[in-house]
Design a protein around this ligand. Sequence first.
Ligand SMILES: [Ca+2]
Ligand SMILES: [Ca+2]
Ligand SMILES: [Ca+2]
Ligand SMILES: [Ca+2]
Length: 338
Amino acid sequence: MKRALLLIPALLTGLAAAPSGAVSQDLAVARTFAPPGSLDDGHLAIASALTRLDAQGEIASDDPLPGQRYPWRIPRSSADRPDERSGRLLHFVYLVPAGAPDDQFDEKGILEDSARSMNAWMRQQTPKQWRLDTFTFEWDDPETIEEDPISINAVDFTFIRSTKSDDQLDSVSEVEAELIALGFNQSNKRYLSYVAANAGGVCGDAWWTLSPQAGAFDGKYSDVYLYSSSGCRARDFAPNATQPFFTETIAMQEMIHNDGAVPMSAPHNCLVSLLAYGHVCTGPLNVTPNLDPESTDVMFPYVGLPLNQKFLDQDRLDYYGHPFPTRDLEQGLYLENA
Ligand SMILES: [Ca+2]
Ligand SMILES: [Ca+2]
Ligand SMILES: [Ca+2]
Ligand SMILES: [Ca+2]
């Protein structure tokens, strides 16, 4: 299968007519956008106030971090840890470009809550859940004098401090190339990356397919851009493991794109613009997106609402459990019965 990027000149104002003849390849990029009127400069804050150094200049690894979600700091890994389950697994990456802040979202448990809360939502919306790549570590409570370690199960996030710049890691093709170069391309894995980059009004992107044909599809790589325009609200993370928020609206949409949703033939497929293909909508998006009845669907092209106020193909007509002989997320490769 050929991989190709649809060449789209204007990302932010791109809700215009599709260039004729542009749709020639099977694979395309689908993006999630900041709502109109919400864009800002969104420049990266270079300083990371949260990396604390001890007297020797080494990172103090045991002290609690500001904003840490759990009594334990989740250990950091630059590798995909040994899998606890066989079969296909959704693997998560925290990718920090050169010069970008390391906010320690992995160690603080913020990304753990992000991943878990998306699955909580998935179980509310469907009988399914994502097959998460997890690992288990031992933690000894320092508050108790005795050695009394307990086992903690956590989502297997890989931390990558890249040598590439923000501009070299702000699209799915670039992030994919970086991950493949580092060996993250196992046949039984799909990779969702939380990238500390600024992609402007693009909040996230993912590979999907223009082909409507039924059967499995795996776009394999999808991204959330944590420092994109403030309208994305890409760092408004789930406050806990059960209530997904704005970050998760982006991440969930991108993962679903990787399953080939929304099919081009879906009744509510967003045909107003080439940029909006693969999403659901009904009206002229660039005028009044909030009035669109599809704006509460996770596959609406703009973020707009936190995931806990969004729905997954509620009428079961477009991309999940639908009656048509086209691709269906219900057969998603990385989903299992909850
Ligand atoms: Ca693993
Ligand atoms: Ca203890
Ligand atoms: Ca780039
Ligand atoms: Ca629908």
